[in-house]
Design a protein around this ligand. Sequence first.
Ligand code: ADP
Ligand code: GN1
Ligand code: MG
Length: 386
Amino acid sequence: MSQPGNRPPVVLPLVAQAFQLLGRYVEGSPYGSGHINDTFVITMDQAGRPVRYLLQRINDRVFKNVPALMENIQRVTDHALSAGAKGDASDSRRVLTLVRTREGAAWHQDPQGGFWRCYLFIENARTHDLVENARQAFEAARAFGEFQRMLVDLRGPRLHETIPGFHNTRSRFEALSRAISADRAGRVHAVGAEIEFALARERMAGVVLDLMARGEMPERITHNDTKFNNVMLDDTTSQAVCVIDLDTVMPGSALYDFGDMVRSATNSAAEDEPDASKVTMRMDIFEGLVAGYTASAGVFLNAAERAHLAFAGKLITYEIGLRFLTDHLEGDVYFKTKRQGHNLDRCRTQFALVASIERQEGEMQGLVERVLKAHPVQRASAEGGA
Ligand code: ADP
Ligand code: GN1
Ligand code: MG
């Protein structure tokens, strides 16, 4: 049940051989808790010293054009490297570093057609699924904001949309409506309360899309998957080291990124907690996010973005809830699952978080306004340009 689409078995030493890795293959095993790609850590013996690398089989049912996706990642990581290059070892901890194949390409295709990439393994740092304190929230949000700021001056053509309409909440709502009508897995009868919750909030789906269509909110280059476990924190200092999981870096709204931070970081319970009564939006963590994000992104956010920061969390939590419910109704074909009803549990935590945000909206808005006073709107961003 954990692998939608039944992926072929993996022979890691063979995959490793395709990349420019020195030394002898020692071992490898599955790694991390991402819902999309198949991630492995491998160890090479290099002159008696164990050196780790990260191998990933890219999910090509989700990402239909892997060469375009890898082109985005190369452009973004090259730009990030040159934007803050120190010329020392810290560069390869701060930015994901691709290891090329023996032919010099950024990815390898195995005989079964699977797409692979290899990154230097960032040591002495890790991702966390749950935020423990406001300091971690501050660090993660500062890093994601810094990431957006660094991409403001990426030159060249528009990045590829690796998943078209990824944060188009209206399309996500329509996909749910189609899944309800089709009832492919025969589960609609058992999720009446969740469907009702989703339908009652349809109006929310168009808010950011309409602001963007009217030109009040700029398109920017955004990460689009800023969940807390997509930033690595240093084991010793707890500072954010590196933003990872760059598959969805593409044109978007700054609010998608801030919203997904709120969704993933402020939740008092795990994303898949079976008891949704444990879910609340933690205000101290929200405050950490607002302070961290505005510390780096405050210089470029325009008036409409600022006005909707508190709303963004509710929107993206709702949107991901719609996606989990849709996948549940379609028979668990998109997100990896580990148990029966896994996507439904995830949907319930998201909707419980939306409800908790609704109860605290006024306070969240007041907090954002207070923090933003220290970061007045800059003239260029007020005009809407990215
Ligand atoms: P997914 O798209 O499936 O979420 P990620 O790219 O987020 O995949 O990777 C899954 C996990 O692997 C991350 O949460 C992180 O813990 C770990 N990881 C990813 N890249 C690196 C890296 N370069 N060094 C060390 N750990 C990494
Ligand atoms: C997926 O890849 P991962 O696990 O970081 C998903 C996000 C969802 C998230 C929910 C490409 O993120 O959009 O918000 O799960 N990524 C993709 O946990 O669909
Ligand atoms: Mg991830």
